[in-house]
Design a protein around this ligand. Structure first.
Ligand code: GLV
Length: 327
């Protein structure tokens, strides 16, 4: 019997590729070429499966052009690159990689928040540029993390893991806002208190964004929300580009409306708003929150597991939709 044909859309760990190649006829992309939508559709002709990343948009148009496609396995927990209703309507499974990246991503969110509050990259650039001549009483004085109020917007697995770090490790008061409130046991375990979005914005010393992107979440933080925050507050975005209005954020950072920001994700990334690049009170990283070697390998292998599940007749283990069995 012919093996299923799979497109691996981006470069991936050789061991993941070997696992896939043991079961499938694989077209790999170890040169890591970024396909345009037209190139992606051409590459997917005759393919039943795709190993995708956030870079590949699986749209209704693409699905219409690729009738053999049965499953797209995203190597990411976020899946806003998928048009899930269109995939379900066409009988295409959508899978993601939840769970395996929670703690690594929470570590990074916490690190980015701390780097932002304590001005780590700004002071390093100063030192590297040869400007450091003397100790000074107020040199790069930032804000405290320990004992302050941590605000979390989006309280899924990663938000909860950040809450635990703040409450248990740094003695922070943790407040959160989410579409739905956590149950009392989970709130108690995370030592997190549910508040309105308005109270979150007004009270947080350090606000961390961990909500998934959707059309409704577009510009969740814009000029009006930034205006409600403390002038001493920091904002950290490890969620998705587009959740923050980056132009409004740059204005707020320039005017001192908020103190500083840490951003791992950007509107239109890998492009970064030029006004952000020009500011010193923002820490910028290239969408690497889940990027520890063991976690990226676990994500790649979980995406592969979903393909292996599906083509061996099982339900993919971490699907985000359900496709009824063909009649
Ligand atoms: C990364 O952004 C992910 O969604 O896994």
């Amino acid at each position: 019997m012919n093996k299923p044909q799979i497109l691996v859309c981006r470069a991936v760990f050789p061991e993941t590729l070997q696992r896939l190649a043991s079961q499938f006829d694989v077209e790999a992309n170890q040169d890591d070429t970024l396909f345009t939508p037209v190139q992606l559709a051409a590459k997917l002709q005759g393919k039943q499966g795709a190993f995708t990343t956030g870079s590949e948009r699986i749209s209704a148009e693409l699905l219409a052009a690729c009738p053999d496609l049965k499953i797209c396995a995203n190597m990411a927990v976020g899946y806003n690159n998928f048009d899930v209703p269109a995939m379900t309507a066409r009988g295409v499974w959508a899978t993601n990689t939840p769970g395996v990246l929670t703690e690594t991503t929470a570590d990074f969110g916490f690190a980015l928040m701390m780097a932002t509050a304590r001005r780590i990259t700004e002071s390093e650039h100063y030192l590297r540029a040869g400007h450091w001549k003397n100790w000074r009483f107020d040199q790069f004085a930032g804000s405290d993390v320990h004992g302050s109020t941590l605000g979390i917007l989006g309280m899924g697995r990663i938000g909860q893991a950040i809450a635990r770090r703040g409450a248990l490790g740094f003695g922070m008061q943790v407040i959160y806002h989410n579409r739905s409130r956590l149950d009392a046991a989970t709130e108690a375990e995370c030592k997190a208190r549910y508040v309105s979005k308005e109270a979150l914005l007004k009270t947080a010393d350090h606000l961390v964004l961990v909500l998934p992107y959707s059309a409704q979440a577009h510009h969740t933080i814009g000029a009006a929300e930034l205006a409600q925050m403390k002038s001493s507050a920091t904002l950290t975005n490890i969620a998705r580009g587009g959740i923050v209005d980056d132009a409004a954020l740059a204005t707020a950072l320039r005017s001192g409306q908020i103190a500083a920001a840490g951003l791992d994700v950007f509107e239109g990334e890998p492009k970064v708003h030029p006004d952000l690049l020009a500011l010193s009170n923002v820490v910028l990283t290239p969408h690497i929150a889940s990027s520890s070697t063991p976690t990226r390998l676990a994500m790649a292998n979980l995406a592969a597991d979903n393909l292996l599940d599906f083509f061996s007749g099982k339900t993919p283990r971490t699907s985000v939709n359900t496709v009824p069995a063909a009649a």
